[in-house]
Ligand binder design. Structure first.
Ligand code: ATP
Ligand code: MG
Length: 367
């Protein structure tokens, strides 16, 4: 494949040190420390209102920090204007000029900055090739699909040769199918340009598939930073465990019981080895991912967990069963291939204790 002519040239790392942001008396970001390597793809995830956009805007310089420092490359840009930071940002609403052609929209920023016409045309043409927009350069935004419009917005950012690309939920206005397509496009773009990308989303599938590194935010604080697989396999707490993964991890309130057992309602499961087992009677929460159940014979154990099937979602390669445990807790499990679990069916349920997660009452992971 031919290498694209559009190139960021110098991907820059980003470092955030002790960043705080308040709007009036309301603190929305607290002590954010983060190191992003040059060329890395970092995704900020978290529930609505947790501060993702604000953090991105602090990096862009669209908001002033309350305290702390922002470095891009080795340079402290905390006091710099957005236009002097070597960044380009793509927003959820792409805000194209309706009366301008695709080419004019993409070149607008360069024209405003006084670039020569021929150079603008070259850059626009290069960006259009990367984004597969070459055939659409003369169209108006109104004549494009949502995905094509979002590509124009990305093109408008690419022509500026940024060191760091910032995206704030760029795909959330697209329908499901287009989102998947654009997700792959953005991955390809990242690979081809080799540029640092920081991407905000509340869609954890997007986060898992795009990121080298995910930053999970909650209420203005970093909960955990790690590669997608680290967060999935090794979450620090119940919040991260529940946020990463789809369908989500199952959580069962439980109590440490006698004889190395854990009580889940009136069911019992064998406790896995614990370095510091909580005292008998301590309330804990069990976390089990849908793929970590086993179904079938429990040797007539009267205390076995059971699963009452409510409905099954057949997805071709896999199926998910939704239902409740015998003691009424909502439960989702991935059904083994070929196993039919009809609605109303009750089956003994075992937990593969190698993967059993245990959380303390404060949500911190014990195991
Ligand atoms: N200009 C502002 N003035 C006052 N409060 C603000 C301002 N901008 C954001 N906030 C508040 O800061 C918090 C974080 O907002 P932010 O937009 O960063 O959240 P978010 O994680 O991007 O959410 P979403 O997923 O809904 O986009 C929210 O409580 C919001 O109400
Ligand atoms: Mg936001």
């Amino acid at each position: 494949m031919k290498m694209p002519k559009v190139s960021a040239g110098r991907a820059a790392g980003v470092t955030l040190k002790r960043l705080h942001k308040s709007f009036g008396a309301v603190e929305v970001l607290r002590d954010i420390n983060l190191q992003i390597a040059p060329g890395e793809f970092v995704v900020f995830v978290g529930p609505s209102g947790c501060g993702k956009s604000t953090l991105l805007r602090l990096i862009a310089g669209l908001e002033d920090v309350t305290a702390g420092d922002v470095f891009i490359g080795n340079e402290d840009v905390t006091e710099k204007d957005p236009s002097d930071r070597g960044i380009a940002m793509v927003f959820q609403t792409y805000a194209l000029y309706p009366h301008m052609s695709v080419a004019q929209n993409m070149g607008f920023g360069l024209k405003a900055a006084g670039w020569p016409k021929a150079e603008i045309a070259q850059k626009v043409s290069d960006a259009a090739a990367v984004l597969k927009l070459t055939d659409y350069l003369d169209r108006k935004p109104g004549q494009l699909s949502g995905g094509q419009r979002q590509r124009v917005a990305i093109g408008r950012a690419i022509v500026r040769n940024p060191d760091v690309f910032l995206f704030d939920e760029p795909l959330s206005n697209l329908d499901a199918e287009l989102r998947v397509g654009m997700r792959l496009e953005i991955t390809r773009l990242h690979r081809e340009l080799g540029i640092t990308m920081i991407y905000v989303t509340h869609d954890q599938t997007e986060a898992m598939t795009l990121a080298d590194k995910i930053v999970v935010l909650r209420a203005g604080k970093v909960e955990q930073i790690g590669a997608p697989a680290d967060l999935y396999e090794d979450p620090d707490n119940a919040f991260v465990a529940g946020f990463i993964g789809s369908p989500a991890m199952n959580f069962f309130p439980a109590v440490m019981a006698e004889n190395g057992q854990i009580a889940v309602g009136d069911s019992r499961i064998a406790a896995p080895p614990l370095t510091q087992p909580p005292a008998i009677g301590t309330k804990i929460t069990l976390g089990v991912r849908p793929e970590h159940f086993e179904i079938g014979d429990n040797g007539a154990d009267p205390h076995a967990l059971v699963f009452d099937v409510e409905f099954t979602e057949y997805l071709g390669g896999s199926s998910y069963c939704y239902g409740t445990t015998g003691n009424g807790l909502a439960c989702t499990l991935e059904a083994p291939r070929g196993l039919k679990l009809p609605a109303g069916h009750r089956t003994p349920l075992r937990v593969d204790t190698r993967y059993l997660r245990i959380f303390a009452a404060d949500g911190q992971r014990i195991r």
